[in-house]
Design a protein around this ligand. Structure first.
Ligand code: IMP
Length: 339
């Protein structure tokens, strides 16, 4: 009989213990980080490479703030080529792992993409490793982000194949139903901690992907060893996102959806892929406002978090991080309440 051998934690199960602070101001911490081995970023927030998230207007805001846009792959070659030509050597493109798409991906890289994010729902596979190896052999100067995975072994394998950054997260996304449909998935905090040990050893940046709701989650993910976090929902609900918008009761709403949702698959493929079940959902929600507001609020919280951690940088936060496991009443005590 296989045994149940380990406890694993979500962001809500964990808290950070404050550390001695000698940083005079909350504006002092620097949020520079690395997206990939060679690609520096000035802030650790990345928008998801999803069709309802990334757009040209959002890419502009991200670049202005020192992040790097990663375009999605759910459109034709010409559109993706146009995006790259607008931002030569400043953006990443995306790719799946089917052999037939290799030529197209190579052409897009040659047009001036900095690199490619190769991501599929379950990234620990031989198809993934072959795709990375093939691309790295032909484009050694381009950076490769690969994912998604949630174990140290998978992280190690993708780096061995040639990945310059690995995306971690199976199931934490706000539109994701993978865990409910399949029974598989590792709670995101533990997935980050486990993968971060390998990331640190191999010096290959970790991108924590999915499940970010507030700056609290960003601080925990960074402290656990992520170099950046990838965010879908919060960016989808901005004015600049790629999501369809509508006006309802004098409010503007956006439609956010998973790339494995029925809503998306029907539009993109004309129907659900044969013998598959959707592993994502879609929903309408009121928009938060301009993307700059989301970025400012998250970064403000992260900077403040760094001072509680006695840290001037993300690296220092990671070095000094002391985690405690909390009970289910911790979150209750932590939320504002009138009664
Ligand atoms: P969020 O920030 O919690 O909304 O999570 C966004 C992340 O969910 C993305 O960056 C993807 O990794 C993941 N994702 C996107 N579409 C799907 C889907 O249909 N099912 C499961 N996960 C998805």
């Amino acid at each position: 009989m296989p045994e149940i051998f380990k406890e694993a934690y979500t962001f809500d199960d964990i808290a950070l213990v404050p550390q001695f602070n000698n940083i005079p101001s909350r504006t002092e911490p620097i949020l520079d980080s690395w997206l990939t081995k060679k690609q520096k970023i000035n802030m650790p927030l990345i928008a998801s490479n999803m069709d309802t998230v990334i757009s040209l207007p959002l890419a502009d805001v991200l670049l202005k703030n020192g992040s790097i846009p990663i375009f999605h792959r759910f459109t034709n070659f010409e559109t993706q080529a146009k995006w790259i030509k607008k931002y030569p050597n400043k953006v990443f493109i995306s790719s799946g792992i089917k052999k037939e798409t290799l030529d197209e991906t190579r052409k897009l890289l040659d047009l001036g993409a900095l690199g490619v994010c190769i991501d599929v729902a379950h990234g620990h596979s031989d198809m993934m490793m072959h795709y990375i190896e093939e691309l790295k052999k032909k484009h050694p100067d381009k950076e490769i982000i690969a994912g998604n995975v949630c174990t140290g072994v998978a992280y190690h394998d993708l780096v061995n194949a040639g990945a310059d950054a690995v995306k971690v997260g199976i199931g934490p996304g706000s539109i994701c139903t993978t865990r409910m449909i399949t029974g598989f998935g590792v709670p995101q905090f533990t997935a980050i901690i486990d993968c971060a040990k390998i990331a640190a050893k191999l010096r290959v940046p970790l991108i924590a992907d999915g499940g970010i709701r507030t700056s609290r989650d960003v601080v925990l993910a960074l402290a656990a060893g992520a170099s950046s976090v990838m965010i879908g929902k919060l960016f989808a609900l901005t004015k600049e996102s790629g999501a369809t918008k509508r006006e309802k009761n004098n409010k503007i709403e956006a439609k956010y959806r998973g790339q494995a949702s029925e809503d998306f698959q029907k539009e993109y493929f004309g129907c659900l892929k044969e013998k598959t079940t959707a592993e994502g959902v879609n929903f309408w929600a009121e928009i938060i406002g301009p993307a700059q507001k989301v970025i400012d609020e998250l970064l403000g919280g992260v900077r403040s978090g760094l001072t509680y951690g006695g840290a001037r940088s993300i690296k220092e936060l990671q070095r000094k991080a002391e985690f405690i496991k909390v009970t289910s009443t911790y979150m209750e005590e932590s939320r504002p309440r009138a009664h």
